[in-house]
Ligand binder design. Structure first.
Ligand code: COA
Length: 263
């Protein structure tokens, strides 16, 4: 990317936290092809970075978290280019879901289409109380193709997912919270504090334990019970030789908070 061009995705680092910010507020943070590629570069960097213990995804400005795929860019695409875009946006969501660190979608505004799919790929979801969320693709003659038809039913159940996807419904934050689509909602004025509280609730815990617990849950979803329990056991094994585990035991005995090092 030429130095003079504004980045479409910003990567902020603050101690153990990395925040990815989609930076196209004038287009309501819609995902253009160049934005997707920049996002994937950032995700590849974070995946390998053991100094990052949690990742937040958010959008620039206060209007939208992300308005989904860039529909203006789409108009000039050939069928082949559309296929290539869909392959890339799906892979991007897989990259998000595959991050070893816990992830938070901090939805400071509307989340539609690919924006909602991006949130579905995260572990925790916080939505501004004025914002709407939904998989609106069928209203545009297409379907959610970046994991929405797969991740939404696993999250809220097939019946609710069909209702949302087949009606292209735009849900209020309250509706989204009541069906379990988002974990928490917060007023715009309190949104930064709510995000920070959610982040701190992760960073207070053992970072290797967070990675192992995430792997234990994600890895076992499509397994039989026996396989899943074996998988959980293997994730636990990874934690046993860690200094953080011993530090937590020492801290418990000394009635203090553990000082985790990620080792
Ligand atoms: N792709 C490209 N551009 C988009 C976009 C998208 N998905 N969503 C919004 N924009 C653009 C608008 O075209 C507009 O551009 P303009 O200033 O050149 O006219 C600009 O962003 C602001 O959009 P606007 O609709 O005026 O803003 P708003 O704050 O009133 O509403 C939304 C924001 C997100 C509610 C509304 O833009 C919207 O519904 N977008 C489509 C969402 C959607 O269905 N996405 C699914 C894609 S598969």
């Amino acid at each position: 990317m030429p130095a003079s061009e504004t980045p479409l995705v910003l990567l902020h680092r603050d101690g153990r936290l990395a925040t990815l910010e989609i930076n196209r507020p004038e287009a309501r943070n819609a995902l253009s092809f160049p934005a997707l590629l920049q996002l994937r570069e950032c995700l590849a960097e974070l995946r390998e970075d053991s100094s990052v213990w949690a990742v937040v995804l958010t959008g620039a400005g206060d209007k939208a978290f992300c308005a989904g795929a860039d529909l203006k860019e789409r108009r000039s695409m050939s069928e082949g280019e559309v296929k290539e875009f869909v392959r890339n946006i799906r892979a991007t969501m897989d990259d998000i879901a595959g991050l070893p660190q816990p992830t938070i979608a901090a939805m400071n505004g509307h989340a539609f289409g690919g924006g909602c799919e991006m949130a579905l790929s995260c572990d925790l979801r916080l939505l501004a109380s004025h914002a709407m969320i939904g998989l609106t693709e069928t209203s545009l003659g297409i379907i959610p193709g970046a994991g929405g038809c797969v991740r939404l039913p696993r999250l809220v159940g097939a019946a609710k997912a069909k209702h949302l996807i087949l009606t292209a419904k735009r849900c209020s934050a309250e509706e989204a919270k009541s069906m379990g689509l988002v974990h928490e909602i917060a007023d715009a004025a309190d949104f930064a504090t709510a995000t920070s509280t959610m982040v701190q609730s992760l960073l207070a815990n053992g970072p290797l334990a967070l990675r192992a617990a995430k792997a234990a849950i994600d890895g076992s979803l499509d397994m039989t019970m026996d396989q899943a329990l074996e998988h959980e056991a293997s994730c636990y094994q990874r934690i046993i030789p860690t200094a953080d585990r011993l530090e937590a035991l020492a801290a418990f005995g000394a009635k203090r908070k553990p000082n985790f090092q990620g080792k």
